[in-house]
Unconditional design. Structure first.
Length: 302
């Protein structure tokens, strides 16, 4: 086993936490994997892994070597992918991060199309609300809602997504329906916060060509799109959310649009990635595919 193969084996053992699973993933015998790691440790003259009957963990030296291996292997994959044949049929591991609502409602329902088109790309997708350091964590690209704040990244705008203000029929029956944004001072909101914005997001409305901000009092705040919708359906208060995420609820009547004459500004969605002189083919085709998914759903940007 050459050095790059040994490094690739070592990184998979660290990521999977198992010699057996790593050997299976790379289609090599378990004994070969064990011998290769012993030879690697002997060549480096350091212990890389601590083995117990239940798990495999890196030593301090092993963790440092893992980080170097990960970056070296990514550079190697990018160099190989620059070849014309691989540019047409890209391969390799692609790390992406997409917040829950765009992932669950827009991209994952069509992810089988991406795999059918690019079967040699292995996707590792994270989701959630935390901030991601793309360079440090080795993430290739992220899809985000809202105006990007990190000017160190390349931003490609995907769409301006329509939003809607709504509440449950039960809430409106109990508290009345606001007729103007100013009426919201007498109402309760389900407030939303995120890792990038620990204070709650304001409610925005376009009135006479200007954007108004309103903050609603509320007894519950959430940082998950699913929790946000469920709370509204349970009568906890008013929400403001992309329309695509609640089309079923609007259709079934569990949520009702309000203040339609004072629409919310559209919410930008973008894909962001680190600056590189040349995108690797697997990142490029993924970004192109995501862009097409948004065009199919929301139309081309003007």
């Amino acid at each position: 086993m050459d050095r790059f193969d040994a490094m690739r084996l070592f990184t998979r053992i660290v990521e999977l936490g198992s010699f057996v699973q790593a050997a299976t993933a790379l289609d090599i015998p378990r004994a070969t994997a064990t011998h290769a790691i012993k030879a690697l440790e002997a060549r480096l003259q350091v212990r890389l892994l601590e083995r117990t009957t239940r798990q495999v963990r890196t030593t301090v030296d092993g963790q440092a070597f893992y980080e170097r291996c990960r970056h070296l292997l990514r550079d190697l994959e990018d160099a190989e992918s620059s070849l014309a044949q691989l540019a047409v049929n890209p391969r390799g591991r692609l790390r992406i991060d997409i917040h829950g609502a765009p992932a669950n409602d827009l991209l994952l329902p069509r992810i089988g199309e991406f795999h059918a088109r690019y079967p040699h790309i292995e996707l590792a997708m994270g989701s959630g609300d935390r901030l991601v350091d793309l360079v440090r964590e080795g993430v290739d690209c992220v899809v985000r809602a809202g105006e990007p704040r990190d000017s160190s990244l390349v931003t490609r705008r995907l769409a301006l997504v329509p939003q809607v203000t709504c509440a449950s029929p039960g809430y409106l029956a109990a508290h009345g329906t606001p007729l103007q944004p100013a009426d919201l001072a007498q109402h309760t909101g389900v407030n939303f916060f995120s890792a990038s914005r620990p204070d709650v997001f304001p409610y925005l409305f376009e009135v006479d060509g200007k954007v108004e901000e309103h903050t609603l009092k509320g007894w519950i705040s959430v940082n998950s799109a699913d929790s946000y919708k469920i709370c509204a359906e349970q009568g906890c208060g008013i929400i403001q959310v992309p329309r695509y995420g609640i089309e079923r609820q609007l259709r079934e009547g569990t949520l009702v649009e309000i203040l339609a004459h004072a629409p919310c500004p559209p919410l930008p969605h973008s894909v962001l990635y680190p600056h590189h002189r040349q995108l690797s083919p697997r990142v490029r085709v993924f970004i192109d595919w995501v862009t097409q998914v948004y065009v199919d759903r929301f139309g081309a940007l003007r």
